[in-house]
Design a protein around this ligand. Structure first.
Ligand SMILES: [Zn+2]
Length: 433
């Protein structure tokens, strides 16, 4: 009988050579068409701001608020803000994964990033981000990421392997708020006096996204409210809207928002696109974690049985609920993207359980690195180890044979994403674009 370590080595060697299709990540040029020119601290902000804040760094820890004064470009000043808190997170896998990505592409022989060595790493990062092909080198050449479905609120990703998924939450949040309505009117050059005007705008935005090449609709509304959406009929929603948005109660506002999300789901189902939902742990601090329980989506899942729900992030901390949901609902798909930023051990244990209880066509992975290529690379290195380790355990125990384990790896690494987002026409037989 083969030793466990040999089985792992054999599976890992195959997994290392396979391409990855990511279900979810965050890469696109800035609105002006330029790719970002990051320094080390920009990268730390994008990938680790929440962890640094949790460790004691002053601030609110969100994608929207840098821990240094807005517009600071001086790397030394920025390092003085984050540097004192770096030591606190040296044990965390979010930091270690990013460090692993750095070490794979830069000359950085040190154990940790500190006051003595940050500048030499920073210099290499600044030079690398001036390269037009840096993203391709890190993601495709080093990470063998051949496709990534990206959430960046743009259809113009500048790369044919970065495929857009578009958020429509802003219509739900702004379309039910008196100030938000004004912003929508300005942005789209429309008048939103009647309920029908709002419905027309939702339909026209959806059409624009679909015709523009979006392969999915995405919702991150868990950052703003519960993802428990009641089944609201149009007459009730219209009655509330007609009262005037300034006059409605918070509960009426929720009902109206629930209706808008139902409308988004209805349009998405009708058009055969899937929908992606953030569930579980949030990247901003001081959020209501209970709002994000994936079980909250069951009302929508029951109402739209043909709509495929791509349920994100393993639902951390609601991982047990998450597995049962994908086990019970034919339209619930299990997306483990981003879990490794929280815990490798949790990711491993959950994947080991879920592989046994969720159909093999329903498990997908993505790096979920906010704008940072090296972060995505570090996550792929973790992922290949975790997947190979979980499969080796199953082969060792006699549950699967070797060839079946490899076939399963291919599904989780790229075939399922290709099927789910209907990307077959974009790929060659070797899984490359
Ligand atoms: Zn994300």
């Amino acid at each position: 009988m083969k030793k466990q370590s040999d089985i792992y080595a054999d599976i890992k060697a195959v997994v290392d050579a396979l391409p990855i299709y990511e279900s979810h990540d965050h890469f696109a040029p800035n609105p002006d068409g330029e790719w970002p020119k990051f320094d080390l601290c920009d990268i730390l902000f994008h990938n680790l701001n929440s962890d640094l804040t949790v460790s004691g760094m002053p601030g609110i820890g969100s994608h929207a608020a840098t821990p240094w004064p807005q517009g600071t470009t001086d790397s030394v000043k920025k390092w003085k803000v984050v540097g004192p808190y770096m030591r606190n997170i040296e044990n965390m896998v979010s930091y270690l994964g990013l460090l692993r990505g750095f070490k794979a592409v830069y000359d950085f022989p040190y154990v940790n990033i500190d006051d003595e060595n940050w500048a030499m790493l920073n210099e290499q990062i600044v030079a690398a981000y001036k390269r037009e092909d840096w993203i391709d080198y890190v993601l495709r050449e080093k990470g063998n990421i051949q496709v990534a479905v990206v959430d960046m609120d743009t259809l113009s990703t500048d790369r044919d392997y970065l495929i857009p998924s578009m958020k429509m939450d802003f219509l739900m949040m702004q379309g039910t708020d008196p100030e938000g309505i004004k912003r929508l009117e300005k942005r789209f050059g429309v008048s939103l006096r009647t309920f029908q005007d709002l419905l027309d705008l939702i339909r026209s935005v959806f059409k624009q996204f679909k015709e523009g090449g979006a392969v999915a609709i995405k919702s991150v509304a868990a950052y703003y409210r519960t993802i428990n959406y009641a089944d609201v009929d149009e007459v009730t929603a219209k009655c509330i809207f007609d009262k005037g948005l300034k006059n409605i109660t918070p509960n009426e506002k929720k009902i109206l928002q629930d209706f808008v999300m139902n409308e988004i789901c209805r349009l998405t189902e009708e058009s055969d696109l899937p929908i992606q939902f953030h569930t579980g742990k949030l990247a901003w601090n001081f959020q209501f974690i209970e709002n994000t329980n994936p079980n909250n989506l069951t009302t929508l899942m029951r109402k739209y049985p043909k709509l495929k729900f791509d349920v994100f992030h393993g639902g951390i901390p609601y991982t047990s609920e998450f597995g049962v949901l994908a086990n019970n609902y034919p339209n619930a798909y299990l997306d483990i993207n981003g879990m490794q930023w929280t815990s490798l051990d949790l990711s491993r244990r959950c994947l080991s359980e879920w592989i046994e209880m969720v159909p093999q066509n329903k498990i997908m992975w993505g790096a979920d690195s906010y704008r940072v290529y090296e972060g995505a690379l570090g996550q792929t290195l973790y992922f290949r180890e975790i997947l190979a380790g979980v499969l080796a355990d199953k082969v060792q125990s006699g549950l699967y044979d070797f060839n079946f384990a490899i076939a399963l790896a291919k599904k989780i690494m790229y075939e399922n994403v290709a099927d789910f987002f209907a990307l077959q026409d974009r790929m060659n037989s070797d899984g490359k674009k």
